[in-house]
Design a protein around this ligand. Structure first.
Ligand SMILES: C[S@@+](CC[C@H](N)C(=O)[O-])C[C@H]1O[C@@H](n2cnc3c(N)ncnc32)[C@H](O)[C@@H]1O
Length: 619
């Protein structure tokens, strides 16, 4: 890829603001010295409030309201600081011409507005499964590399946070380019939505509809993180000499920051660097107009032609919407990072926290057994939608949690310990009948308690959703709550059924003692509590019992096919120690999440999240 300074940078020009993210090259109105001074005072207050360590459970909403109150005062002061947007659809023709001028063929698809998902791509002819329908060269992409090569480069070089949080630097890059009228990417940036539906845009009342949701604190944490980042960068732009020449000094309002962050969160992906050695975060024009549906990854990065190639994940008849698959995300992840809930989501799941009490007289033994299985004594487990809601690691936990002292001792001294532990993650194994009954009863009770904590019922939420005057955000909040409750409720029903059919399964020899089965199992690998096993003698009914492994939901980079395009190596960002922090610890971490892409045959669920500890942010 040529250096940015050598690019054709005259193609876009300013489309003049734009609901789709206009370039904003007009002088901001209403920005006077007094307002600027007052905003700085408020920003200091915001930084202090949003940097406080986690609050005790039950106090998160109070904290959120206090942060939101300062944010709203800042937003009020900043009214009129940035230009009004122009409707994005007016900018599509210039965008399509820009693509064409840079060699992108768009004869298979066109941009169209749809009832669900807003704008998307429509097939203009029959597209066959696996047919290549769009190719986007790297030179058109906005990436963390182009950020470093841009006017933002010196600041990225200097600021530790921008170095570590690649996608925050991408968000600021987008913002800088938006306010640079001669930006090469202006035709692209002008078609971005003017606002988003991520929870960062939820009004106070809309946010409250998420109360009771298992993900409420994650949503509040996301808001807190973005508020903290905003305050941090606002101060930085006012004080750092490296920021002097940047348009950010004048246009960096809270609204513009949440817009830039949401742009990146909802559209980002990962592509390999030109040498194929690292993955970097990128915004891919046109390809990112595809909405999501269930399916599989179908985009590859061709290092030979240095382009992202999007293949149809299934057949798309002419005039139908062309979808891609964003990855195996839960609806909570979709809402928090993409601003929508997908009721048909085949990969939906909820996180539940379970732990062995330190007051349990068998705590030490249980914690030891769990640790040998790669499971912490207090951890978060996933409960899935569909017919196999309980993943193996949760099953192991439930069984160890309900084991009696003798069984724990037997397991700890067993010669076949690994195999035994592996069997505990299988539905066709049990420790004893009594323990098995206790394990499922415990899960059923625990799930029922969680359902009760919503203080509403599935029926009531369904009824609320019938109202025709709900805002998009309120509907999404209710849809998320409903999806969570449905997963918990059907998993509770599943646990009840499992418990009730224990005697019958034992009679039919479908359910056997784990200690016996362990003698017939050779353990070949053991990964973070996920058991990969080679079963020498499998029960015929194993599939019916749902012992299949659940799909991995974390970022995964596998070796690409060794073709002419080369292979893809471990993600640059994902090598950072913060990478695996995830949202469960988001009170301490920053992250901006993205979608998924398959490159050179390498499947990448490109969460693209870059996180940083709160301490570092404060420094
Ligand atoms: C990569 S963009 C796709 C293009 C986008 N619709 C637009 O108008 O620019 C991702 C965004 O599209 C919307 N979206 C994608 N798939 C969706 C779906 N299945 N249901 C609802 N919204 C969807 C969400 O707002 C999401 O953040």
């Amino acid at each position: 890829m040529g250096k940015k300074s050598k690019r054709d940078r005259g193609a876009g020009g300013s489309a003049g603001g734009g609901k789709g993210g206009g370039s904003g090259n007009t002088k901001p109105n209403g920005r006077n010295k007094k307002d600027v001074r007052e905003v700085m005072v408020l920003v200091n207050e915001l930084l202090q409030k949003a940097s406080s360590p986690g609050v005790p459970p039950g106090k998160e909403l109070e904290e959120h309201m206090s942060i939101r109150e300062v944010v709203e005062r800042i937003r009020k002061k900043q009214e009129g600081w940035t230009p009004e947007p122009v409707p994005r659809d007016q900018c599509f023709p210039v965008f399509l011409k820009w693509l064409e001028d840079h060699g992108v063929k768009t004869d298979a698809v066109t941009i169209e507005q749809f009832e669900v998902g807003g704008f998307g791509l429509k097939a203009v002819k029959d597209i066959k499964a696996e047919e290549l329908f769009i190719t986007i060269p790297r030179k058109l992409m906005l990436t963390t590399e182009t950020a470093r090569e841009s006017s933002l480069g010196p600041l990225i070089k200097k600021d530790r946070i921008l170095q570590v949080m690649a996608n925050v630097s991408l968000a600021l890059h987008v913002l800088c380019e938006k306010y640079t009228s001669s930006s090469f990417w202006a035709p692209y940036i002008n078609i971005f939505p003017g606002t988003y539906t991520t929870p960062l845009y939820f009004e106070e009342g809309e946010m409250l509809h998420l109360q009771g949701s298992l993900n409420f604190s994650d949503v509040l944490n996301q808001y807190k993180s973005i508020a903290r980042q905003y305050a941090y960068f606002y101060k930085l732009f006012q004080t750092q000499p490296e920021a002097t020449g940047l348009p950010l000094k004048e246009c960096f309002t809270f609204d513009e920051y949440r817009w830039a962050v949401s742009t990146v969160m909802t559209r980002q992906n990962q592509v390999p660097t030109s040498d194929g050695r690292h993955l970097i975060t990128a915004l891919i024009p046109m390809w990112d107009m595809c909405n999501h549906s269930n399916g599989e990854f179908s985009t590859e990065f061709n290092l030979g032609s240095d382009s992202a190639e999007c293949l149809a994940m299934r057949e798309f008849p002419a005039d139908s919407q062309v979808y891609i698959f964003y990855g195996m995300r839960s609806n909570a992840e979709f809402l928090i990072h993409n601003g929508f809930v997908y009721p048909e989501n085949l990969h939906d799941r909820v996180n539940i926290k379970l732990g062995v009490s330190k007051n349990d007289s068998l705590f030490a033994m249980k914690a030891e057994v769990l640790s040998r299985a790669g499971i912490h004594a207090s951890t978060t487990f996933q409960v899935h939608c569909g017919k196999d809601p309980i993943p193996p690691e949760l099953l192991v936990f439930l069984r160890v949690f309900t084991m009696v002292e003798g069984d724990l001792r037997d397991l700890l001294t067993s010669q076949h310990q690994s195999a035994y532990l592996s069997c505990l993650g299988r539905l066709d194994c049990m420790v004893t009948q009594e323990q098995e009954t206790k394990a499922w009863a415990f899960l059923e009770t625990r799930l029922s308690l969680l359902i009760r904590s919503y203080k509403t019922s599935i029926k009531d939420v369904e009824a609320e959703l019938q109202a025709s005057d709900l805002t998009y955000h309120t509907r999404a909040a209710l849809q998320l709550k409903l999806a969570e409750m449905q997963i918990l409720s059907s998993a509770a029903e599943y646990a009840k059924n499992q418990r009730e059919k224990i005697p019958q399964l034992i009679d039919e020899k479908i359910l056997q003692l784990a200690a016996d089965v362990a003698l017939t199992v050779k353990v070949t690998d053991e990964l973070d509590g996920e058991f990969v096993e080679e079963v020498l003698e499998l029960s015929e009914d194993e599939e019916d019992l749902g012992t299949e492994q659940q799909g991995d939901t974390h970022a995964e980079v596998t070796e690409g096919s060794k073709d002419a395009n080369g292979s893809v190596s471990q993600a640059e960002e994902s090598k950072t120690p913060e990478k695996d922090s995830g949202l469960e610890s988001s009170s301490e971490r920053e992250s901006v999440d993205g979608d998924a892409i398959k490159m050179n045959g390498a499947t990448v669920e490109a969460n693209g999240e870059v996180s940083i500890s709160e301490k570092e942010l404060k420094n």
